[in-house]
Design a protein around this ligand. Structure first.
Ligand code: E4P
Length: 215
Protein backbone atom coordinates (compact mmCIF):
# COMPACT_ATOMS: atom_id res chain seq x y z
CA UNK A 1 0.00 0.00 0.00
CA UNK A 2 1.33 3.42 -0.93
CA UNK A 3 1.19 6.32 1.51
CA UNK A 4 0.70 9.83 0.20
CA UNK A 5 0.67 12.90 2.39
CA UNK A 6 -2.29 15.27 1.97
CA UNK A 7 -0.50 18.58 2.42
CA UNK A 8 0.92 21.67 0.75
CA UNK A 9 3.21 22.44 3.67
CA UNK A 10 6.75 21.72 2.49
CA UNK A 11 8.22 21.47 6.01
CA UNK A 12 5.57 18.98 7.04
CA UNK A 13 6.17 16.95 3.87
CA UNK A 14 9.91 16.95 4.60
CA UNK A 15 9.34 15.73 8.17
CA UNK A 16 7.02 12.95 7.00
CA UNK A 17 9.46 11.96 4.26
CA UNK A 18 12.26 11.50 6.82
CA UNK A 19 10.11 8.80 8.43
CA UNK A 20 9.33 6.95 5.19
CA UNK A 21 5.72 8.06 5.09
CA UNK A 22 5.74 9.75 1.69
CA UNK A 23 5.36 7.71 -1.50
CA UNK A 24 3.60 10.73 -3.01
CA UNK A 25 1.71 13.94 -2.23
CA UNK A 26 -1.80 15.25 -2.81
CA UNK A 27 -2.66 18.92 -2.69
CA UNK A 28 -5.91 20.77 -3.32
CA UNK A 29 -6.85 24.45 -3.72
CA UNK A 30 -7.75 24.69 -0.01
CA UNK A 31 -4.37 23.33 1.10
CA UNK A 32 -2.46 25.56 -1.34
CA UNK A 33 -4.43 28.62 -0.18
CA UNK A 34 -3.60 27.70 3.44
CA UNK A 35 0.11 27.64 2.58
CA UNK A 36 -0.20 31.31 1.57
CA UNK A 37 2.23 30.74 -1.32
CA UNK A 38 2.06 30.74 -5.10
CA UNK A 39 0.56 27.56 -6.53
CA UNK A 40 3.29 26.72 -9.04
CA UNK A 41 6.07 27.64 -6.61
CA UNK A 42 4.73 25.24 -3.95
CA UNK A 43 4.24 22.39 -6.43
CA UNK A 44 7.77 22.86 -7.80
CA UNK A 45 9.22 22.82 -4.30
CA UNK A 46 7.27 19.70 -3.28
CA UNK A 47 8.41 17.94 -6.47
CA UNK A 48 12.03 18.58 -5.47
CA UNK A 49 11.44 17.00 -2.03
CA UNK A 50 9.52 13.96 -3.20
CA UNK A 51 10.24 11.64 -6.11
CA UNK A 52 6.77 10.03 -6.16
CA UNK A 53 3.59 11.44 -7.74
CA UNK A 54 2.54 14.95 -6.67
CA UNK A 55 -1.08 15.87 -7.43
CA UNK A 56 -1.72 19.46 -8.57
CA UNK A 57 -5.37 20.38 -9.08
CA UNK A 58 -6.67 22.36 -12.06
CA UNK A 59 -8.87 25.35 -11.30
CA UNK A 60 -10.67 25.50 -14.66
CA UNK A 61 -14.10 23.92 -15.05
CA UNK A 62 -14.30 23.55 -18.85
CA UNK A 63 -12.39 20.69 -20.48
CA UNK A 64 -10.40 22.84 -22.95
CA UNK A 65 -9.07 25.03 -20.14
CA UNK A 66 -8.51 22.04 -17.87
CA UNK A 67 -6.40 20.41 -20.57
CA UNK A 68 -4.44 23.62 -21.13
CA UNK A 69 -3.88 24.06 -17.40
CA UNK A 70 -2.96 20.38 -17.03
CA UNK A 71 -0.40 20.53 -19.82
CA UNK A 72 1.08 23.63 -18.24
CA UNK A 73 1.25 22.13 -14.72
CA UNK A 74 2.78 18.93 -16.10
CA UNK A 75 5.76 21.00 -17.27
CA UNK A 76 6.70 21.85 -13.65
CA UNK A 77 8.23 18.40 -13.03
CA UNK A 78 8.02 14.87 -14.37
CA UNK A 79 6.26 13.61 -11.22
CA UNK A 80 3.33 16.05 -11.40
CA UNK A 81 -0.05 14.32 -11.62
CA UNK A 82 -2.98 16.42 -12.80
CA UNK A 83 -5.84 16.41 -10.36
CA UNK A 84 -9.20 16.84 -12.04
CA UNK A 85 -12.68 17.11 -10.53
CA UNK A 86 -15.23 14.39 -11.24
CA UNK A 87 -17.43 16.16 -13.80
CA UNK A 88 -18.35 15.43 -17.41
CA UNK A 89 -15.90 18.13 -18.51
CA UNK A 90 -13.31 16.65 -16.18
CA UNK A 91 -13.62 13.21 -17.78
CA UNK A 92 -13.02 14.73 -21.23
CA UNK A 93 -9.83 16.27 -19.86
CA UNK A 94 -8.78 12.98 -18.26
CA UNK A 95 -9.18 11.09 -21.52
CA UNK A 96 -7.22 13.70 -23.47
CA UNK A 97 -4.41 14.09 -20.93
CA UNK A 98 -4.12 10.29 -20.64
CA UNK A 99 -3.73 10.06 -24.43
CA UNK A 100 -0.87 12.60 -24.14
CA UNK A 101 0.86 10.38 -21.57
CA UNK A 102 0.03 12.64 -18.61
CA UNK A 103 -1.03 11.07 -15.32
CA UNK A 104 -4.31 12.10 -13.72
CA UNK A 105 -6.03 11.84 -10.35
CA UNK A 106 -9.80 12.29 -10.42
CA UNK A 107 -10.98 13.96 -7.24
CA UNK A 108 -14.28 14.51 -5.41
CA UNK A 109 -15.54 10.99 -6.07
CA UNK A 110 -18.41 9.92 -3.81
CA UNK A 111 -19.77 6.68 -5.25
CA UNK A 112 -18.65 3.54 -7.13
CA UNK A 113 -20.35 4.56 -10.39
CA UNK A 114 -18.30 7.73 -10.58
CA UNK A 115 -15.21 5.60 -9.97
CA UNK A 116 -16.24 3.25 -12.76
CA UNK A 117 -16.41 6.22 -15.16
CA UNK A 118 -12.94 7.35 -14.07
CA UNK A 119 -11.55 3.93 -14.98
CA UNK A 120 -13.34 4.00 -18.34
CA UNK A 121 -11.80 7.43 -19.10
CA UNK A 122 -8.35 6.04 -18.30
CA UNK A 123 -7.65 7.96 -15.10
CA UNK A 124 -4.41 6.96 -13.38
CA UNK A 125 -5.92 7.33 -9.90
CA UNK A 126 -9.36 7.83 -8.44
CA UNK A 127 -9.90 9.67 -5.16
CA UNK A 128 -12.96 8.57 -3.20
CA UNK A 129 -13.53 10.98 -0.27
CA UNK A 130 -14.23 8.90 2.81
CA UNK A 131 -14.44 11.51 5.59
CA UNK A 132 -16.80 13.85 3.76
CA UNK A 133 -19.26 10.97 3.21
CA UNK A 134 -19.00 9.95 6.87
CA UNK A 135 -19.73 13.60 7.75
CA UNK A 136 -23.17 13.32 6.12
CA UNK A 137 -23.95 9.95 7.68
CA UNK A 138 -22.97 7.72 4.74
CA UNK A 139 -20.35 5.00 5.22
CA UNK A 140 -17.31 6.24 3.25
CA UNK A 141 -15.34 3.03 3.67
CA UNK A 142 -18.22 0.96 2.26
CA UNK A 143 -17.85 3.01 -0.93
CA UNK A 144 -14.12 2.22 -1.04
CA UNK A 145 -14.82 -1.48 -0.59
CA UNK A 146 -17.21 -1.45 -3.54
CA UNK A 147 -14.80 0.48 -5.77
CA UNK A 148 -11.96 -1.93 -4.99
CA UNK A 149 -14.27 -4.88 -5.69
CA UNK A 150 -15.45 -3.47 -9.04
CA UNK A 151 -11.93 -2.54 -10.16
CA UNK A 152 -10.56 -6.01 -9.32
CA UNK A 153 -13.49 -7.71 -11.07
CA UNK A 154 -12.59 -6.08 -14.37
CA UNK A 155 -8.88 -5.65 -13.82
CA UNK A 156 -8.93 -1.86 -14.29
CA UNK A 157 -5.52 -0.23 -14.10
CA UNK A 158 -6.78 2.89 -12.26
CA UNK A 159 -5.42 2.99 -8.70
CA UNK A 160 -7.75 3.57 -5.76
CA UNK A 161 -6.44 6.51 -3.74
CA UNK A 162 -8.42 6.78 -0.51
CA UNK A 163 -8.84 10.48 0.33
CA UNK A 164 -10.47 12.67 2.97
CA UNK A 165 -8.94 10.47 5.65
CA UNK A 166 -9.72 11.62 9.16
CA UNK A 167 -8.50 8.83 11.43
CA UNK A 168 -6.05 5.91 11.66
CA UNK A 169 -9.03 3.54 11.49
CA UNK A 170 -9.83 4.76 7.96
CA UNK A 171 -6.30 3.70 6.95
CA UNK A 172 -6.43 0.30 8.64
CA UNK A 173 -9.76 -0.55 7.00
CA UNK A 174 -8.64 0.75 3.59
CA UNK A 175 -5.51 -1.42 3.84
CA UNK A 176 -7.61 -4.48 4.70
CA UNK A 177 -9.78 -3.78 1.65
CA UNK A 178 -6.72 -3.70 -0.57
CA UNK A 179 -6.90 -0.03 -1.60
CA UNK A 180 -3.76 0.88 -3.56
CA UNK A 181 -3.01 4.24 -1.95
CA UNK A 182 -4.13 6.28 1.01
CA UNK A 183 -3.54 10.03 1.30
CA UNK A 184 -3.17 11.10 4.89
CA UNK A 185 -2.84 14.42 6.75
CA UNK A 186 0.42 14.62 8.75
CA UNK A 187 -1.49 14.77 12.05
CA UNK A 188 -3.16 11.42 11.32
CA UNK A 189 0.20 9.89 10.35
CA UNK A 190 1.50 10.93 13.77
CA UNK A 191 -1.57 9.48 15.49
CA UNK A 192 -0.87 6.15 13.78
CA UNK A 193 2.59 6.00 15.28
CA UNK A 194 1.48 6.07 18.88
CA UNK A 195 0.05 3.49 21.21
CA UNK A 196 -0.32 4.08 24.98
CA UNK A 197 1.25 0.68 25.72
CA UNK A 198 4.29 1.55 23.58
CA UNK A 199 4.80 4.78 25.57
CA UNK A 200 4.18 3.04 28.90
CA UNK A 201 6.45 0.11 27.97
CA UNK A 202 9.27 2.45 26.97
CA UNK A 203 8.93 4.43 30.19
CA UNK A 204 9.08 1.19 32.23
CA UNK A 205 12.19 -0.05 30.39
CA UNK A 206 13.94 3.28 31.01
CA UNK A 207 12.98 3.34 34.70
CA UNK A 208 14.15 -0.28 35.24
CA UNK A 209 17.42 0.47 33.50
CA UNK A 210 17.94 3.56 35.67
CA UNK A 211 17.14 1.52 38.83
CA UNK A 212 19.76 -1.08 37.86
CA UNK A 213 22.38 1.65 38.23
CA UNK A 214 23.89 0.88 34.83
CA UNK A 215 23.39 4.44 33.52
C1 E4P B 1 -7.44 14.55 -1.40
O1 E4P B 1 -6.86 14.56 -2.45
C2 E4P B 1 -8.01 15.74 -0.76
O2 E4P B 1 -7.07 16.77 -0.84
C3 E4P B 1 -8.31 15.55 0.70
O3 E4P B 1 -8.11 14.23 1.10
C4 E4P B 1 -9.59 16.17 1.17
O4 E4P B 1 -9.73 15.92 2.54
P1 E4P B 1 -10.79 16.71 3.46
O5 E4P B 1 -12.14 16.15 3.17
O6 E4P B 1 -10.36 16.40 4.85
O7 E4P B 1 -10.68 18.16 3.09
Amino acid sequence: MKFFIDSADVNEIRQANLKGWVDGVTTNPTLIAKSGRSFKEVIAEICKEVSGPVSAEVLATQSAEMIKEGLDLAKIASNVVIKIPMTEEGLIAVKKLTSEGIKTNVTLVFNPLQALLVAKAGGTMVSPFVGRLDDIGIDGLAMVEEIVHIYRQFDFATEVLVASVRSPLHIEKAALMGADIVTVPYKVMQQMTHHPLTDKGLQMFMEDWKKSGKL
